[in-house]
Structure formats: structure tokens, C-alpha cells
Design a protein around this ligand. Structure first.
Ligand code: FAD
Ligand code: FES
Length: 324
């Protein structure tokens, strides 16, 4: 059985077991959230050898060269030694400005990070509570026109962080935010490129930033947003987005409900990704942004690729929940 040395302590690791699973099985408390190689909250550094390549997927070159890796996707072949990452994902204190219910299920949280906080619209941060409970949340605000960091948080009935945010978080409370992460961002180099954005629930958060960033940069190509939810509680900012579509000829907004109730005839009665794929059958030359439910994101990534979009033009942020 291979040995894992973590912070100078030895642990027996099952063959094929990831570094994170091994440590959690031995009762070692280490930061983690998505357990799918997305949020980077489990960042560690190897102290003796190069980590396996898949465990470095998505990391910056500078981190890769220093042997940083993601513990949740790292299953080295033999013995391995690791340490916690240190101050790479710097945590900044951030004061809560407001917590506002947009629907019964969605809260809009505005934060004021201490000091300069550079980010691009559509990135995400890891948000940490005082007891170190940490979860990734996407950024919905724009860095150059809004002097707060805006997050949209969906309530999960048994969810430790989201329920606490909905029920207990108050203006004035202090949290901590990591440096921003992710590449789900608008790039102004191709202003004429058609953009397709599909989100479910709070998958709207990064897309709301990306769309406003594109419009701010004078994007001339068509922009199509499909926002879906199983019911009305998961669709939000509907009037703001309808207003934005009225103001900008290039922006098209399609709010979708799985099965609209009576009085909801102005919503498309279809899943958001299905409505998008039915209308846009040739995706050659398009840039695609997919955020929210992991199954929707992964399926639609494959389907838009098969419809002609280049893989490098498909940005996907699956909102993996922390496995229990
Ligand atoms: C890159 C990225 C970006 C994200 N961005 C956003 C965002 O912008 N907005 C957003 O809302 N979310 C986002 N998420 C998801 C978010 O990080 C959290 O996973 C989510 O808020 C749930 O966290 P939680 O602590 O409330 O739930 P957890 O406590 O982690 O629970 C996870 C799930 O298990 C269920 N559960 C927990 N305990 C029990 C129990 N005892 N019995 C039965 N069921 C249980 C919960 O109901 C929940 O569905 C993102 C995720 C990723 C990876
Ligand atoms: S990247 Fe490892 S827990 Fe999210």
C-alpha cells in the first residue's frame, strides 16, 4: 500500500485513492469543496516529486512549475509527499454590505473586500466563514462600475453554507474571500463573435457579469442568454434582463421553466439547454458559456462541440456540490 506523507505525518493510501480522500478517511481536516478539480480550494504542493499531470489541470503555469496540485484529483502511483499550499490563494477579509432575497430560494449578497481586489467578470471566489467552512461562489458584479463584490446564492435545505447565508448572515459580518479563479470571462478581441450563454439557477451569476462586460465593451455580435429553472423560485433578475434586452438589439434573453404554471406563459416551456440547442444548430464560430447544474453543463458542452463550437471557445463552470 503506498504511503502518503502529509505535513511530515505518514498515512497508508489505498491504491487509486486521491490524496484528499486518503486524508479525509484518516480524519485529517483539509480545505476542500467541489471534489472535482474545479474550485481549487484543495490546493497543495508536492515536496518530493512532480504531481501527476491531471492533478495540475487548470492551474497557472507558475503554480504547476512549483509542483502545486489539486488534492481531489491527485492519485499518484507510489509514495508521495505533500504540504498545504500556504499563502497562494490569499484570503482577504470581506465585510457584508447587504443580503437581499431575490426570490425565496436565491439571495443576493454584496461584499466589500478589504483592500484592492482585482477580478474579471465571471470568475469565482472561495468564500470562507469564520470556522473555515469554504465554498466557491461565482462573481456577478463588474469590477469597473461596481464597488462591491456581488454573489448569488441558492438555498439548499440541508446545505451548511447556503442555509447559513440565507438565514443568518447579516450586514456588517466579516467573511474571507480567496483570490479570484476561473476563466469564464468575456474576451473583447472578437467583438463580432456570436455568444451563447446557458445557465441554470445561480448559474446566472457569472453570466450576468459576462453579458454586461460584453455590452460595456460594445460587443457587436448577437448575444443569446438562456436561463432555466424547474420553477419560478430559481429564475431571478427577470425584469432587469428583459430591460437590458430592450436597451440592446444584440442581446436576446430567453427565460425558461421546465413546466410553467398558469400565468407563466411569458416563459419558454423547455429546459434552457434544450431550447438553446434547438434554436442554434450550427455553433461554428460561436463562443459558449455554460454555468450551473453539472449534468446540464457537461452535456451541453459536448453537444455544442458536436454542433461545431471549438473546444477552446466553450467555457464551462459546473457548480459541483461538496460530496457528503
Ligand atoms: C466553480 C463553482 C462555482 C459555484 N458558484 C455558485 C454560485 O454562484 N451560487 C451558488 O448558489 N452556488 C455556487 N456553487 C455551489 C456552492 O459552492 C455550494 O456547493 C452550494 O452553495 C452548496 O453549499 P452548502 O454548504 O450550502 O451545501 P453542503 O452542506 O455542501 O451540501 C451539499 C448538498 O448536500 C445536501 N445535504 C447536506 N447535508 C445533508 C444531510 N445531512 N442530509 C441530506 N442532504 C444533505 C445539501 O442540501 C446540498 O444539496 C458553485 C460551485 C462551484 C464548484
Ligand atoms: S478542486 Fe479540489 S475540492 Fe475543488
Amino acid at each position: 500500500m503506498p504511503t502518503l506523507i502529509f505535513e511530515k505525518q505518514s498515512y497508508q493510501r489505498n491504491p487509486d485513492e486521491t490524496v484528499l480522500d486518503c486524508l479525509l478517511r484518516h480524519g485529517v481536516s483539509v480545505p476542500h469543496a467541489c471534489r472535482n478539480g474545479v474550485c481549487q480550494s484543495c490546493l497543495m504542493r508536492s515536496t518530493d516529486s512532480d504531481p501527476p499531470a491531471p492533478a495540475q489541470h487548470g492551474l497557472k503555469d507558475s503554480l504547476r512549475q512549483q509542483r502545486y496540485f489539486l488534492a481531489c484529483t491527485c492519485a499518484p502511483e507510489g509514495d508521495f509527499a505533500a504540504t498545504l499550499s500556504g499563502p497562494v490563494l490569499i484570503q482577504l477579509p470581506a465585510r457584508v454590505i447587504s443580503v437581499e432575497k431575490l426570490t425565496r430560494r436565491i439571495a443576493r449578497v454584496r461584499l466589500n473586500p478589504e483592500g484592492a481586489f482585482d477580478y474579471r467578470a465571471g470568475q469565482f471566489i472561495n468564500l470562507a466563514r469564520g470556522d473555515c467552512l469554504t465554498r466557491p461562489y461565482s462573481i456577478a458584479s463588474l469590477p469597473y462600475t461596481e464597488d462591491f463584490l456581488e454573489l448569488h446564492v441558492a438555498r439548499h435545505e440541508q446545505g451548511r453554507m447556503s442555509r447559513w447565508i440565507h438565514d443568518e448572515l447579516q450586514p456588517g459580518n466579516e467573511l474571507a474571500v480567496s483570490t479570484p479563479l476561473g476563466e469564464c470571462c468575456y474576451r473583447p478581441e472578437h467583438p463580432e463573435q456570436p455568444l451563447l450563454l446557458v445557465g441554470t439557477g445561480c448559474g446566472l451569476a457569472p453570466l450576468y457579469g459576462v453579458i454586461r462586460d460584453a455590452l460595456h465593451h460594445g460587443h457587436t455580435g448577437p448575444i443569446w442568454l438562456y436561463h432555466g429553472s424547474r420553477d419560478r423560485e430559481g429564475l431571478y433578475l427577470v425584469e432587469e434582463l428583459r430591460g437590458l434586452a430592450r436597451e440592446h438589439d444584440t442581446f436576446n434573453y430567453v427565460p425558461c421553466l421546465d413546466s410553467p404554471a398558469a400565468g407563466e406563459a411569458d416563459f419558454t416551456a423547455r429546459r434552457a439547454h434544450e431550447a438553446a440547442l434547438a434554436r442554434h444548430t450550427d455553433m461554428k464560430g460561436w463562443r459558449v458559456f455554460l454555468c450551473g447544474h453539472p449534468e446540464m453543463v457537461n452535456q451541453t458542452k459536448m453537444k455544442t462541440y458536436l454542433a461545431g463550437a471549438a473546444l477552446a471557445d466553450i467555457h464551462a463552470d459546473p457548480f459541483y456540490l461538496t460530496a457528503l
